[in-house]
Design a protein around this ligand. Structure first.
Ligand SMILES: [Zn+2]
Length: 301
C-alpha cells in the first residue's frame, strides 16, 4: 500500500518535471557553441559537455598542433564561441593572435591549470613540456577545469556538467588502474621507449618509463645529426628494445634509427592528436589503451 502511494507520488513528480521541461524547452535546448584547440582536448570537453554543447575543433585528428597555421575560417569559429578551451603550457603558440584576430571576448579556459608542469633544458634554454594530457592524473585536472569553465559559461546546465564530469572521472580512474597494471607487467629493465618528439615525459614520469626523444618537446626543430648519432649509440649500448612511430610526425627518422640499430619498430603511438573515427584511437580512452597495448607488446617480448 505504502509502495503504491510512493509510486504515485513519483509519477506525479515526473509529470510535473516533464511539463516544466516542455515549457522551458526553447532556452534549454539551445546548445552552447564552444571551441577546443585540438582533438584530444576536444574529446575531454565532449565528455563533460555532452548534449549541452556544440563543439568545434581547430586542429583535427592526426594533425600537429605545434606547427599549426590558423586560417580565416578558424577566426570565425572562435568568434562564434561562447567559451574557448586551450591546453596552455605554451602548446598553442598561435592562439593568442588568433583570438585577437577573431575579436572574440569569450573566456579562454586553460585546461592544464593546476597541473604540475615539467620543465626541461633544450638547446641551452628552459622549456615547458606541454604534453600534460599523457598522464591520466592530469587528464582528471583537465576535466575539472573543463567542468568549471562550462558551468561559468552556461550555469543553467550546471547539474548536467557535474554529472557528466563525475561519470567520466570514474572512467579515468578505471583506465588509470588498468594502465598501471599493464605497465607493471613489463620487465623493469625494458621500460624504456624511444619516440621521435618528446611527448611522453608526463607519461614516463607517471608510469615509470624512461623516454628518449631526438626532437625535443616540440616538432618545430629537427633533430641534429649529433642527436641522432648519440641515440643510435645509446640504443646499441643499452639494448633498448623498440622505437615507436607517432601519428603526427614523419616516420623517416625513426626508420633510419631502427635500421641502424636493429631495434624493432614498436608500432604507432598517438601523442598529440587522436585518430579519425575509424582508426584505433578516436577517443582519449581509446588512445591510452592503444598506446599502452603497443608499448606492452613491443617491450615485453
Ligand atoms: Zn607534441
Amino acid at each position: 500500500m505504502r509502495t503504491g502511494r510512493s509510486l504515485l507520488i513519483v509519477f506525479f513528480a515526473l509529470v510535473t518535471a516533464a511539463s516544466f521541461n516542455i515549457s522551458a524547452a526553447p532556452a534549454q535546448d539551445k546548445k552552447i557553441p564552444v571551441v577546443a584547440t585540438f582533438s584530444i582536448l576536444s574529446d575531454l570537453v565532449k565528455n563533460v559537455g555532452g548534449d549541452r554543447i556544440e563543439i568545434t575543433t581547430l586542429v583535427g585528428p592526426n594533425s600537429d598542433t605545434h606547427v599549426y597555421a590558423p586560417t580565416p575560417a578558424d577566426a570565425k569559429k572562435v568568434a562564434g564561441a561562447k567559451v574557448v578551451f586551450v591546453n596552455g603550457l605554451g602548446y598553442e603558440g598561435w592562439m593568442t593572435r588568433l583570438v585577437k584576430a577573431s575579436g572574440s571576448k569569450a573566456p579562454s579556459v586553460v585546461a592544464s591549470k593546476g597541473v604540475k608542469s615539467r620543465k626541461m633544458e633544450e638547446e641551452g634554454r628552459q622549456v615547458t613540456d606541454p604534453h600534460a594530457w599523457q598522464s591520466i592524473g592530469n587528464a582528471k585536472i583537465y576535466v575539472t577545469n573543463i567542468r568549471d569553465g562550462l558551468i561559468a559559461a552556461d550555469p543553467a546546465s550546471k547539474s548536467a556538467y557535474e554529472a557528466n564530469a563525475s561519470a567520466y572521472l570514474a572512467k579515468l580512474d578505471a583506465l588509470e588502474t588498468e594502465v598501471k597494471d599493464a605497465i607493471s607487467k613489463i620487465p623493469a629493465d625494458r621500460r624504456r621507449l624511444i619516440t621521435s618528439h618528446d611527448a611522453f615525459g608526463y607519461f614516463g614520469a607517471a608510469y615509470g618509463l624512461e623516454v628518449i626523444a631526438p626532437e625535443g618537446v616540440s616538432t618545430e626543430s629537427e633533430a641534429s645529426a649529433q642527436d641522432v648519432a648519440k641515440i643510435i649509440r645509446q640504443i646499441k649500448s643499452e639494448h633498448i628494445p623498440a622505437v615507436f612511430m607517432e601519428n603526427i610526425t614523419d616516420h623517416r627518422l625513426l626508420d633510419q634509427i631502427a635500421r641502424e640499430t636493429n631495434a624493432k619498430i614498436g608500432g604507432e603511438l598517438y601523442t598529440d592528436a587522436l585518430s579519425g573515427p575509424d582508426g584505433p584511437a578516436p577517443t582519449y580512452l581509446d588512445m591510452f589503451r592503444h598506446n599502452v597495448g603497443a608499448l606492452t607488446e613491443a617491450l615485453s617480448s
